[in-house]
Design a protein around this ligand. Sequence first.
Ligand SMILES: *Cc1c(COP(=O)(O)O)cnc(C)c1O
Length: 354
Amino acid sequence: MKKHNFSAGPCILPKEVLAKAAEAVVDFNGSGLSLVEISHRSKDFVAVMENARSLSLELLGLEGQGYQALFLQGGASLEFLMVAYNLLENKAGYLNTGTWSDKAVKEARGFGEIVEVGSSKDENFNYIPKGYAVPDGLDYLHLTSNNTIFGTQLKKFPKSDAPLVCDMSSDIFSRQLDFSQFDLIYAGAQKNMGPAGTTLVVIKESILGKVSRQIPSMLDYKVHIGKDSMFNTPSVFAVYVSMLTMEWLKNMGGIAAIEEINERKSQLLYSEIDLNPVFKGYAKKEDRSHMNATFNLTEDGLKEDFDNLLKEAGINGLNGHRSVGGYRASMYNALSLESVGVLVDIMSEMERKG
Ligand SMILES: *Cc1c(COP(=O)(O)O)cnc(C)c1O
């Protein structure tokens, strides 16, 4: 039976990417060896890493502008720490828009003063703070572009003379932005790019080397840049699958093309949420995420019915995060418009049944 995978992460990946990845695990490039049993220093794998690094800069439109792309380990969670280790000397600003920003703040404390420039904690993160002031003299300002758990997304990014750092784990490569406004972007692969095990870090080299502390080698962006993202054994499978997904995206027309499809998907779902009295959206309308749509039933008693219909239709991963409850439909790049259609049909069936 066909499954419709709305999982928040690890995420759905394109079928053709999974097929190619499966082949490479058995026989990589016709070498008679598996991708996961060859040296990461072999010509074939070095080419994969180089291709993955350059594809990420190409898709973001950041080639030739002083940026480096790295594929590191430790997840986005380790970036919470690495960002502070490498960039925080005196004072950094954080916009607190959800659980992940909250965790990023926690890791950065102890490296310097943390200024929470804005927070939506007062309403359990169902909106994006606006009109906040960004103080001068920050080492950097940290943002989370898409709040995976709460279903909100930044549409406008603040201007600041401090370097902008952005956690784009759950909306990387999903929409067109002027990516050159950011000085450091990081994204755990498993939300919108590949399997768990690698994190894309795109960094403007000129912001490095400004803190006085000693940085342990594995946590030092400069060390990873100096070794072409091969300081130690990279997560070869995760990098390879991420590369395949980026090739898939490039072949379909890049971020501009996927953005159009992502907008159609989210419009279809949100208009159903708004028109259907059985459901109610969680996030404030103007801050809604195109990737993760959070919603609740207006009557809890309908839960069993709805859950049964979801199961019958092969819909996977629609449960909301425990801190929000209800439902969350994650509509990452590889999810088809057709799958959203299947979900919307079930939602209208719930309304008809009354
Ligand atoms: C999932 C997620 C993280 C944590 O990623 P890990 O790779 O599991 O460490 C961080 N930030 C955001 C926005 C996420 O969605």
